[in-house]
Every structure is written in C-alpha cells, then in structure tokens.
Design a protein around this ligand. Structure first.
Ligand code: IVH
Length: 665
C-alpha cells in the first residue's frame, strides 16, 4: 500500500502514547486512560503496521507478543557473575553480618538500604544502544538461559530506554514475580485443564518465564521489579539508593517499599514493620534484603565464592503449624472435578485460624503418603487456601483415604482420563456442578448478580427452580418468596439485579459461560476481537487463533464448547432471555462525552465498577489520578488524597447523588 506522509508520524505518535500509558499502567500503577482506550490505540497501530510492514520495528509496542515457539533455550553467559545472597534467620545473624561489615570497613556505622525480598526468580535484561537485546535467567550464576522472547511480553520490562540513558551495555537485574491473584487464576485455569497445580507463585512465575511458547508467558502477566543496574557488567553509580532511583528513571518498576537506614537499627525496624504488612501485599514477600549503600564500600567488602559480603537476605519464619487431619472429604467443582479437602483440627497460623487445607488431587495425597488421622505440617501464605507440606507423624489409628468411585453429590460414576490428574463426575447435570456454575455466572466480576450466595443457590437448585443458568431469567416473585431467608424486599431486589444483568457486556457473558480455559482476560479479548457471540461461535479454530493470546489449545477448547449441542441450547435460551450478544460499542454523543472522572472513597449505592461502566456508557471516561484535565472528582465516604489533590487543582468535586443526576435515568 502506498505510504502517505502522515502514516509514519501517526505510527510514531501512537508508539509514544502507548509506551507512556504502558509505563503509567504497568510500572507506576497509575493509569490515566481506560483499557478500552489503550486497546483502541493498540488496534490502530497494529492496523497501520499491517498495512506498512516495512515500518515495524522490534521495539514497537505491538511486538511484545508474537515470538515463535522454540525448540529449547540457548545458554548464554552473564556479563558478570549473578550470585545469590547469604541468609539470616534471626536478629543475631543480622548483628553478626553488621559486625563483619563494620570490621572489614573499619567504620563505626554503615549506611544500609533495606528492600523487600520478593519471592520470584532473578533475571538480567540487557540494552544495547537503548534497545532491549537480551534477557537471561540466573541459571548457575555464570551462565543462564536466554529468555528474551518471553521477557519481551512482560509489560514492566521496557523495550527501550529513554534517550538520556547512558551509552554502552546497560543492564538491569531484578526479580520476576507473579501476583497472588494471578497465581490463583493460573491454578484455577490449570485445574480446569486437569493439569497439576503450581505449589506457589514462585514456581508459577518460573514456569511462565521458562516456557517455550512466548504466548503463554504473555498470558501469565508476570511483573519484573529491578533492583540492580550495571554498565558494561559492573555495578553502576556511587550509591545503591541512587541506583534504585536511576532504574526508576530508566523506566523500570522499582519496589517503592525501600528505606535508607543509617546503621542496622533502621533496617531492623523496617523488618519488623513488614512482618505483618507483607501479607496484605498483592505479591509474596519472603524477607528483607539489606545492602551496603556505598558502592565503594561494596567493592572493598567483595564476595565469597557464593554471595556478596555486602548484602544479606533476612528470611521471615514460614507461616507453618502442625495439626491433625480429622477427615478428608471431596468437593465437586464447576467442571465436575473432584477435589479432596483435608478437615483439620483448627490451628492458629500467623494470627488466622485454619481448619481446612486443599489436597488438590489423588496423586498429591499419594505423594504426601497422607492418611486420615496423621499429623501434618501445614503452611499458609497470604489469602491462598492453606496447603499440606508433609506428614509429620503418622496417626496411631490412621486410615487411608479412598477416592469415591461415585460422585458424592449425584452418585454418578466418576472417571479419570488417561494422562489427567483429576477424577471427574461425568454427569453434566450434577447439582454440584450446576451450583458451582451458577455461583460462577453470578459472581461480581462476571454477571454481577448480587444476592445469590451459597444458601440461595442451594435452595434454587434443590427445589428444582433452576436447572440451568438461563432459568434465572424466568424466576418470579412467587417462586422466590417461599425460600428460606427470603422476603419481599430481597426478592424484588434479586429480580431487579437479575434483570439488570441482561445488559451485561459480551465479555462478561463469555466468562460466565465457563468455557474451559477462557477466563476473564481471554473473554475480553474474544469479545473485542469478534464483536458478537454469533461471530465467535461461527469461528473456526484457525480463526480463533488469530485473536491475541489464543493458542491452539484454547482455540480447540472454545471450538468444542460451541460444537456441543447442550451449550448451543444454553446460548439460545440466554438469547431468548434478552442477553446482549453484541459487544456494545461506545456511544458517541453521550451526555458525558469527553469528560474525565476520578472516583475516590466508597460510594454507597454504586460499586466502582458500576459507576465506571455507567460513566463510560454515557461517553465519559474514568482515570486513576486527578489532573487539570479531570472534569469531576466523585467523592464517596473516606475519600483520601485524591480529594486533596482536586482541591489543590481547583477541580470540581461532586458527590454520588450529583453523579447520578449527571448520568440520568
Ligand atoms: S539483590 C548480589 N534484592 O533473592 C545481589 N535480591 O536469596 C543479589 N531477591 O538471588 C540480589 N528480592 O533472586 C536482591 N530486593 C532484592 C531481592 C532479591 C528478591 C532474590 C534474588 C536473589 C535471592 C537471594
């Protein structure tokens, strides 16, 4: 296609904008535009690059995803050794470290930098002339694996550095991690695929980085936090504290939880402060790293064969406890998977009472050699369901757990396919599966039908009122009223919420259908790519694979889901119920056209998602931070710093009632 003069400029402008918004979103956690706006720019850039392939550059934001699957990893040497750290498990060992440092340097007091120790795997990324050239796992510290294609898919790894970056080989070393929520999502997805679960976020992160297909890495949403910068293989700068700032200036994500401490005392305080706080973080932190701040001192201290003498990793004690397995029962999930769960003698672990632990599947029980009555070591991390680490002492009167040969809920036989780890109930009408699928369909992030918890769903299914999620749409007040814990008001509200869900967007419907391997994110991609459910259903596996992040296995799963007559019936019933199968395009000329809103504090009548959806539906947009461009700040209860910022900038502040007035009926 002939190139018009404006094309190159538009491409350059789109790249600049996309890079800026990626940095705001993935590095600073401070987005200024909505995902849809970001996607629209990305789509435009892809379109232009497809028309003008000669203008594609390797550091274009479009090039993060798309590397080809590989045969294996190439081993490449590090610029200088990438060693590990010595550990300290108590304050005595930290005091020893501090004493050694002071003796070797001859100083009375040494400045340290304390940083959270993120639990992932370390990686080095290289930039030559400002462009990302290579990413290497730590490997044995001398030689690692070349994971460049995979690292490119990590949005917090810049594809190039700012123009002001130093010349030569610039290197950032840091930790690749997976947020807890993402870890759970991945495990959930694997459960549906009957794949073994990852034991912790670190293993899941390692699995995602060291996989041969970059597309899989891309779908795992890894994060890269940088903590060391090197020039031509040598630590650069004069102080570590400043180096961290330099990394941030270069566009890397640097953990904000760090402190410059004059002497060990401050570092100990930091450790104490984070002992509890770390559990509320989105990612796992297993300790605190303490480093000598002055690089000249670091050099004087040097290295042992294994680790630097200028740094130490303080490890928090694991959140573990010993208790007895009283019984093991089996839960049936949405896809019919039978999951054994241990009932424990309740025990305190890190301030929380734990009475259940997941055992994942039959193989896991065999691996642990666990029987009912055994004493076990359990471990909890964050809000993840606790797990059994090992058997501490076999019970005196132990009895083996036997996987039932029939579904504990409906009595249908269970099967285990060759090569799969899980047993499944084969009855597609199993009430347990139905209940789970209703709970999934109505969940807040899916169809957002408030008022349907366990208790209600059990009654609806047990009384035969709901045999499929589509039956929700024909429920009546008369049917609801006789239920336990139901009143007039609640019934009206529930019916209203069900009715409102008829207007849910296509991506929510898609994730509600429970297509194996299609979670929220894939659903959003599919909705955008195909624009309507009918087009999606008609797509061949090959056409499906053209959607971003959809590989052969996912495509196959979607294809066979829609080929199933039962599922086709369900979709017809949902269509008759009045659900929207077209992806709603943004309404132009809406009441709030072009207005930018910032939401702060807790709104009472609307959830944040609802408010955002309604503002966007009316043509407005919602951003995360207040600027002069903000038209309104909507302040709910306990509004914080954004309110102050609004006042400072003279941005109009409105309350929820005013927002509703603006939104109209
Ligand atoms: S400094 C020579 N800083 O913990 C410098 N490491 O147990 C070595 N880690 O291999 C690394 N957070 O994978 C450093 N803020 C942090 C870290 C960190 C996590 C990991 C890293 C290292 C391991 C040592």
């Amino acid at each position: 296609m002939a190139r018009s003069a404006g094309v190159e400029q538009e491409i350059a402008r789109l790249r600049r904008e996309l890079e800026r918004h990626e940095h705001l979103y993935y590095v600073l956690d401070r987005p200024e535009i909505t995902d849809a706006e970001y996607d629209a720019r990305m789509a435009r850039l892809r379109e232009l690059e497809a028309q003008h392939p000669e203008l594609v550059t390797p550091d274009s934001p479009t090039q993060r995803v798309g590397g080809k699957p590989r045969e294996g990893f190439v081993r490449v040497p590090h610029t200088s050794s990438m060693l590990s750290l010595d550990n300290a498990y108590n304050e005595g060992e930290l005091a020893d470290f501090d004493r050694r440092v002071r003796e070797l340097t001859g100083l009375d007091q040494v400045d340290y930098v304390a940083e959270l120790k993120l639990d992932g795997l370390s990686m080095a990324v290289h930039y030559q002339d400002g462009r990302l050239t290579r990413a290497i796992t730590r490997g044995d510290g001398q030689v690692g694996e070349d994971v460049t294609d995979n690292a490119r898919t990590i949005r917090s790894v810049p594809l190039h550095l700012p123009a002001a970056a130093p010349a030569g080989l610039v290197e950032a070393r840091g930790e690749v991690i997976l947020a807890r929520s993402e870890f759970e999502r991945v495990n959930h997805e694997r459960e549906e695929q009957n794949l073994p679960q990852f034991a912790n976020p670190r293993n899941a992160a390692a699995g995602a980085l060291r996989v041969l297909e970059p597309r899989i890495t891309a779908s795992r949403r890894l994060l890269f936090y940088a903590y060391q910068w090197l020039l031509d293989g040598r630590s650069a700068g004069e102080r570590h504290w400043d180096a961290l700032q330099t990394l941030a200036d270069l566009g890397f994500k640097v953990n904000p939880h760090r402190r410059l401490c004059p002497g060990l005392g401050g570092a100990l305080e930091f450790i104490h402060e984070w002992e509890e706080k770390r559990h509320a973080q989105a990612y796992e932190t297993d300790g605190v790293v303490i480093k000598v701040n002055e690089l000249a001192l670091q050099q004087r201290l040097g290295w042992t064969a294994k680790a630097p003498r200028w740094a130490i990793a303080y490890k928090y004690a694991a959140q573990q406890a010993v208790t007895t397995v009283l019984d093991i029962d089996v839960q049936v999930g949405r896809t019919g998977t039978l999951t054994p769960v241990a009932h424990l003698d309740p025990v305190q672990v890190g301030g929380v009472t734990v009475s259940r632990a997941t055992l994942h599947n039959e193989d896991e029980i065999a691996r642990l050699a666990l029987e009912i009555g055994d004493q076990v070591l359990i471990e909890r991390s964050g809000d993840v369901i606790p797990k059994v680490v090992r058997v501490e002492k076999p019970g005196a009167e132990r009895r083996p757990f036997v996987m039932p040969s029939e579904c504990p809920v409906c009595g249908t036989r269970v099967v285990r396919q060759p090569g799969e780890v899980a047993w499944r109930c084969v009855n597609t009408d199993c009430p347990a599966r139905l209940k789970e699928s209703i709970l999934h369909f109505t969940a807040r992030r899916v169809m957002n039908i408030d008022g349907l918890g366990d208790v209600m769903v059990n009654q609806l299914v047990d009384r035969g009122l709901v045999r499929s999620v589509s039956d929700l749409y024909s429920l009546t007040q008369e049917q609801l009223l006789p239920l336990d814990r139901m009143g007039d008001k609640l019934a009206t509200k529930l019916l209203h919420n069900i009715d409102a869900s008829r207007r849910a967007s296509l991506d929510r419907i898609l994730s509600g259908l429970g297509i194996p391997m299609v979670g929220e994110r894939t659903a959003a991609i599919l909705a955008r790519h195909f624009g309507s459910l009918d087009r999606l259903m008609a797509a061949s596996a090959e056409e499906l694979e053209r959607a971003e992040e959809v590989g052969p296995r996912v495509a196959e799963s979607i294809h066979s889901f829609f080929a199933e007559p039962r599922n086709q019936d369900l979709i017809e019933r949902l269509r008759k119920a009045g659900l929207q199968f077209e992806q709603e395009m943004k309404r132009a000329g809406g009441e709030l056209d072009g207005m930018t809103f910032v939401l702060t504090g807790t709104l009472s009548g609307l959830s944040r998602e609802e408010a955002t959806e309604r503002i966007e539906a009316a043509g407005g947009k919602v951003t995360g931070s207040v600027s002069k461009k903000t038209r309104y700040v909507v302040a709910g209860a306990d509004a914080g710093s954004k309110l102050d910022k609004a006042r400072q900038l003279g941005v109009e502040v409105i309350d929820e009632a005013e927002l509703r007035r603006l939104l109209g009926p």
